[in-house]
Design a protein around this ligand. Structure first.
Ligand code: URA
Length: 245
C-alpha cells in the first residue's frame, strides 16, 4: 500500500507541475473514487483509490517494468552524446524519470533487457550477493566440449586473474548455452576466451525468472505482466529457486 498526497500524485501521474496540479484541483477537474475533490492534501491509497483528471483515469502505479528485446548496435545506457541508447527505443510516454536498464548488455549483444524506474528492485537484481542467473546463447568460433563445460562448472579464472563463480555450459549447435550467476564486465566473452574460444554472437534468453518473450522482435518491448513481476521479485528473495535452464 502506498499513501500519497493528491497534488503530488497528480503531478507525477499526470505529468504536470505541482502548481498546475493545484490549479486543476481548484477548478474542480479532479475526482477521487468518482467524487470531485479540491483538497491538495487529500491522502490517496494508490492500491485501491482511483483518481481522474477531466474524466480520464490516471495510472497510479508507482513504477514501470519493461521487457525489451535489445537489438545489436544499441547502447545499454540512459543517454549518450553520439550513440543510440535503449531508452530511445521506447516511445516518449513510456520514458519516466529514473527509468534505466537493469545491468548492461554489450553493444553487440542482443536479447532480454529489463528496464525499470524501481531502483530498489534493480539494485537487488544486480547485487553480487544475489547470484541472479542469466542465461545466454553464445555462438562460438570452435565447438564447445565437455572440457569447457567442466572448466565453467569448476569456476574459471580469467586472463587478468579474476575468479568467476561456477557456471553452467551446455554445448549446442554452433556454440553453447551458458548460465552465469554474476555480472562481470564482458563476462561470457572473457570466460569463453579463457577456454580458447571467441564469441561471435551473444544473445540473452533469460534474466532471473524472466524469459524473453518470443513474440518480441529485436527493438520491441512490452510491460511485464503481474505474474512475471511476482516471479522476478520472488527470485530476489530466495523464496523460490531461479533454476538454470
Ligand atoms: N557477457 C558478455 O560478455 N557480454 C554481455 O553483453 C553480457 C554478458
Amino acid at each position: 500500500m502506498a499513501i500519497q498526497r493528491l497534488d503530488r500524485l497528480l503531478s507525477d501521474a499526470h505529468g504536470v507541475s505541482r502548481r498546475e496540479a493545484k490549479a486543476l484541483l481548484r477548478a474542480g477537474r479532479v475526482t477521487v473514487n468518482g467524487v470531485p475533490e479540491r483538497d491538495p492534501e487529500r491522502k490517496i491509497d494508490t492500491s485501491c483509490d482511483t483518481v481522474a483528471a477531466d474524466g480520464t483515469a490516471l495510472d497510479l502505479r508507482p513504477f514501470r517494468y519493461y521487457m525489451l528485446h535489445k537489438p545489436a548496435g544499441i547502447l545499454s545506457a540512459t543517454e549518450d552524446r553520439t550513440q543510440k541508447t535503449v531508452l530511445e527505443l521506447l516511445p516518449p510516454e513510456a520514458r519516466r524519470p529514473g527509468l534505466a536498464p537493469v545491468g548492461r548488455l554489450d553493444k553487440d549483444t542482443t536479447g532480454l533487457l529489463l528496464l525499470t524506474d524501481d531502483g530498489t528492485l534493480a539494485h537487488t537484481l544486480i547485487s553480487p550477493k544475489r547470484h541472479v542467473p542469466k542465461v545466454y546463447r553464445a555462438l562460438l568460433d570452435a565447438p564447445a566440449d565437455a572440457g569447457m563445460a567442466a572448466a565453467f562448472a569448476a569456476g574459471l579464472i580469467l586472463g587478468d586473474g579474476t575468479r568467476c563463480l561456477p557456471a553452467v555450459l551446455e554445448p549446442i549447435c554452433g556454440g553453447a548455452r551458458i548460465t552465469v550467476y554474476e555480472g562481470k564486465y564482458h563476462q561470457v566473452k572473457r570466460m569463453c576466451a579463457a577456454c580458447g574460444r571467441t564469441v561471435t554472437a551473444l544473445h540473452r534468453e533469460r534474466f532471473g525468472a524472466l524469459t524473453l518473450d518470443a513474440a518480441l522482435a529485436p527493438g520491441q518491448w512490452r510491460e511485464l505482466d503481474a505474474a512475471e513481476l511476482d516471479a522476478l521479485r520472488q527470485g530476489c528473495t530466495g523464496k523460490t529457486d531461479c533454476a538454470p535452464l
